[in-house]
Write a protein that binds this ligand. Structure first.
Ligand SMILES: [Zn+2]
Ligand SMILES: [Zn+2]
Length: 285
């Protein structure tokens, strides 16, 4: 039976942007990233092939843009095989209902993220008191009520495989959200990190606007578990990725990436964990 899908009651367009908005980057021949306002979506697969997937679903009201970007690269009437979600935050599922209706494709997410995608659980309130800039201050306007994808969303296979992405494996990277995942391809060590770490200081409007490249932990205002977030960055650093695409900011590669990740792991309490905020454990610094 086809269940009705709905966004949360607080779903709305968010007026935030960056110089990267509307810009696409071919990171690899089969990995294309496109920035919707302040968040990245990825299309994984060779151009014009039938076998490709969309990773994450952009900001609210961005479905038309995502569809046209996809058609430009893969042709019309050629929907992706699936949509894979790194997690269920509003800026990663913003257009998903329109996309599922348009393409009739399955959505996959981690089992622990399912309650937030099936109308059962809301994310913790964004922390607008956290150390950081304007985006953190704006964060109370961000939607946190769960969307309900009904039976259109399925849990990822427990064996680490990713449906329709045969060369990739998912790895559990909680902290930012309980069921956050990253995607990794061993053969060329490509990492799609989601928000486990990002390459822009997402809390600061100016840095978001200019997309200045700077390694950072997960966006502060929406990260409730800093111990787990640190462990997740350690896990991803141990994979030694050659290139990383993150949920926010520009792709990063080579020595800049490995040095930055190394620094983030050792100085996570300085770089990532805010000095103050309601989700910051007292003894972590
Ligand atoms: Zn997020
Ligand atoms: Zn995000």
């Amino acid at each position: 039976m086809d269940e009705q899908m709905s966004y949360g009651d607080d779903y709305k367009f968010i007026p935030a942007t960056s110089i990267g908005s509307g810009v696409g980057v071919e990171v690899l021949p089969d990995l294309f990233c496109h920035t919707i306002q302040i968040v990245n979506i990825c299309l994984v697969g060779q151009p014009d092939s039938k076998d490709f997937v969309l990773v994450d679903a952009g900001m609210p009201q961005s479905a038309d843009e995502i569809i046209s970007v996809t058609e430009e690269r893969f042709g019309e009437n050629n929907p992706p095989k699936a949509i894979i979600l790194t997690h269920g935050h509003f800026d990663h599922v913003g257009a998903i209902i329109e996309l599922v209706n348009h393409w009739q494709v399955p959505v996959y997410a981690h089992e622990l993220e399912m309650p937030y995608l099936t109308g059962k659980k809301r994310y913790p309130e964004p922390d607008s008191t956290v150390e950081g800039g304007m985006v953190a201050k704006m964060s109370p306007m961000f939607p946190i009520e769960p969307i309900n994808l009904g039976n259109h969303v399925e849990a990822l296979p427990a064996d680490g495989s990713v449906p329709h992405m045969p060369s990739f494996r998912w790895t559990h990277t909680p902290g930012h959200t309980p069921g956050h995942i990253s995607l990794f391809r061993e053969q060329d060590r490509v990492l799609i990190a989601g928000d486990a770490f990002v390459t822009v200081k997402q809390e600061y409007l100016y840095k978001v606007l200019t997309q200045e490249q700077e390694i950072s932990g997960p966006p502060r205002y929406l990260t409730p578990d800093w111990e787990a977030a640190w462990d997740s960055v350690k896990k991803l650093t141990a994979l030694n990725p050659s290139v990383a695409v993150t949920g926010h900011g520009l792709p990063m590669s080579g020595e800049l990436l490995s040095d930055s990740l190394q620094k983030l792991v050792t100085e996570f309490d300085q770089i990532a964990i805010p000095d103050y905020g309601k989700y910051v454990p007292r003894n972590i610094h």
